[in-house]
Design a protein around this ligand. Structure first.
Ligand code: WT7
Length: 636
């Protein structure tokens, strides 16, 4: 649907880029004007104050993102497939859902939500597996003006409860269960456990998927199908203001509880549509597949909204890369003739460990562009992906972005930007990256490294942390006043290409999942035998990083069997956060290296975890240097 905005060649890119920097208002005004339907135009393209972290795009415009994702396609591509749903079990039939059908399903679901008392502005938490209802309920919320907050269906009851409570959700939508490879997970009982600690939820809607025997709480829980089957297919779209909330999505911070990043209607729509079209070289008959879970921002922006806004066919895959075998991804590409494939380095690395015959067995000729997201892609994985999946003819788009950015900020544009292994390359039009040194000076020139900041807002940036604007301002706009600080370090090479070197804060990316050290340490410390703990990441050849925990026991815990303790600690983490946050290694120590001001010197722990005992840097401020030798000698 985006009409005029395929960047054609490098010259064209530089021209567009310059225009977007010189006059961002004009640049985005034109894109917004020519590519979307609006109930009312904006009075101002952008209004921003980077010191106060107040950002507004398309001020006073009226719209609904579902009009643009669904309704406007019906007359031109109503029978075209919007969603191809590929189930966990390849023997179960895939579903092809047309735009007409999706529109109807969304209307019916919006009617069900309304019947259950959900109104504009209410928060709805969605805890569902990768089934069509996940996409449908999100769109139904958007159509009705309710704010969806999707919770990844691998999170624990405690994690669900904290998110539900933080956003004050009125409703939770879940299913009787979830299929993941050869496992069946009981989502409903996790919700039941979570809701024991939640006061705001009035109703739980349950979608049938696995036919697990679930308990339904009278007056609170309802089967979706009972209401859905009777619901009308007509629903009058709710008119939204540009800056009305569209969704909340939680992401880990280096400290404290997860941050509810709030994205709003107009800017997010314009930005995801524009970036989808250009980064994936999207054309009308393409079949696009992103393997992420919709529970992460990648799924929100580039499984659901970005593709549907462009009238694209998007694949939703319920399963895992290794079920029933390590050829599943390649089988699905062949089966549905996928043209764009977007996945994470951790998936690439794990599949690269398997015999390359799994790939070669399948015909991947349909592929045109392949992408990577979530963490730096290492050289080896890049080449394996390029050689075996892209067959050296599909450009790799190494897309750098964040939950907070709403959409991709730095990425090659396929067939335009020459790629370079491990480099995200150049900023997209409208994006102004800068590198800053620790003294808050901008580092100019090339062949330099620094803290990656963005100096001007783009339409997709999150507007606040739900309920805590002060924290938003402090986290992103205070380290380098006047600029958005990403938390990442980056290098700029001799031609101005960016390579993301990784987090510079206490966030660790494990298998592409963003994990804060503090919440994990908090849950370890709840173990009655534990006095204190510190978590660091260390390189892992499949996960990118794995977690290494250093744990000090209380006197009462000293007598306990260490192996059992380690198991209990991981069990605790699983319950409180989710299995993704489990530690690969746990070392029991008598103390942690601390500065005189009491701050743990994680730098040293990181070195030890990596097995590098050579260069601990300046340790003069260390209060207890003797503990470093002990930790070193007993490293696992
Ligand atoms: C962090 C954001 C963006 C969707 C998935 C993750 C890291 C992301 C890349 C990349 C190097 C990357 C950064 C970023 N990251 N993409 N292409 N190269 N690093 O979203 O969970 O909010 O995590 O992921 O460190 O800050 P997220």
């Amino acid at each position: 649907m985006m009409r005029n905005y395929h960047i054609q060649n490098l010259q064209d890119y530089f021209k567009e880029y310059k225009k977007s920097i010189k006059n961002p208002k004009k640049f985005w005004d034109k894109i917004a004007d020519e590519n979307f339907v609006w109930y009312q135009r904006w009075s101002k393209v952008v209004d921003y104050n980077m010191e106060e972290a107040n950002i507004k795009w398309f001020k006073n415009a009226k719209l609904n993102i579902t009009k643009n994702s669904l309704d406007r396609h019906l007359s031109v591509r109503g029978d075209k497939t919007a969603i191809i749903w590929e189930p966990n079990d390849p023997k179960e039939e895939a579903q092809h859902i047309s735009f007409n059908e999706l529109y109807e399903r969304v209307n019916k679901t919006a009617n069900v939500l309304r019947e259950m008392g959900v109104e504009k502005g209410d928060r709805v938490c969605i805890y569902l597996p990768m089934i069509p209802e996940l996409a449908v309920t999100m769109l139904a919320c958007a159509k009705l003006g309710a704010v969806h907050s999707v919770i990844f269906a691998g999170f624990s009851a405690a994690a669900v409860a904290s998110r539900v409570n933080d956003c004050g959700a009125k409703m939770v939508i879940t299913s009787d269960g979830s299929y993941r490879g050869n496992k069946v997970l009981d989502l409903k009982s996790i919700v039941d456990e979570a809701l024991e600690k939640c006061e705001t939820v009035e109703h739980v809607l349950v979608v049938k998927r696995t036919n697990n025997d679930v308990k339904m709480k009278e007056g609170r829980d309802y089967w979706m199908s009972e209401y859905y089957d009777k619901a009308s297919t007509d629903f009058v779209t709710v008119i939204m203001d540009a800056e009305d909330p569209l969704f909340i999505l939680y992401t880990s911070g280096s400290t404290g509880k997860p941050k509810g990043m709030l994205h709003t209607c107009a800017g997010y729509m314009v930005y995801t549509a524009y970036t989808f079209k250009n980064v994936f070289n999207y054309k009308e008959n393409d079949i696009y597949w992103c393997t992420a879970d919709i529970g992460w921002i990648t799924g929100h922006s580039y499984i659901l909204y970005g593709p549907l806004l462009n009238g694209a066919t998007t694949v939703i895959f319920e399963g895992v890369p290794t079920y029933p075998d390590a050829g599943r991804f390649w089988e699905v590409i062949e089966k549905h003739k996928v043209t764009q494939f977007y996945t994470a380095p951790t998936a690439i690395r794990s599949l690269a460990k398997e015999s390359v015959e799994w790939v070669q067995k399948h015909n991947l000729e349909s592929l045109k562009v392949i992408g990577s997201v979530g963490e730096p892609i290492n050289d080896e994985a890049w080449h394996w992906y390029n050689d075996n999946v892209g067959n050296k003819k599909c450009p790799i788009v190494d897309t750098w972005w964040q939950t907070e950015t709403g959409g991709i900020l730095i990425s090659p544009i396929p067939f335009v930007t020459p790629t370079k292994p491990t480099y995200a390359t150049l900023p997209l039009p409208g994006v102004q990256p800068v590198l800053m040194d620790d003294k808050r000076n901008e580092i100019s020139g090339n062949q330099v490294t620094g803290n990656l900041c963005i100096r001007f807002p783009w339409p997709g940036i999150a507007r606040t942390i739900w309920g805590d604007h002060q924290r938003y301002k402090e986290t992103y706009f205070s380290a380098f006043p006047g600029k958005y600080f990403t938390g990442d370090g980056a290098l700029r090479d001799e031609v101005g290409y960016y390579r993301i070197t990784g987090r510079v804060d206490d966030v660790i990316i494990v298998s592409g999942h963003n994990l804060g050290t503090a919440p994990i340490e908090d849950s370890i410390n709840e173990h009655p035998a534990v006095a204190e703990s510190a978590i660091v990441g260390y390189p892992h050849d499949v996960k990118g990083n794995a977690l290494y925990g250093f744990v000090i026991l209380k006197e009462s815990g000293e007598e306990r069997n260490r192996e059992n303790l380690a198991k209990e600690i991981n069990q605790l983490i699983s319950e409180q956060i989710g299995p993704i946050a489990k530690l690969d290694k746990i070392q029991f120590v008598s103390g942690l290296p601390k500065t005189r001001s009491g701050k743990i010197m994680r730098r040293i722990l990181r070195k030890i975890a990596e097995g590098d005992f050579t260069n601990f840097g300046d340790t003069s401020t260390l209060l207890n240097p003797e503990v470093v030798d002990e930790i070193k000698n007993e490293r696992i």
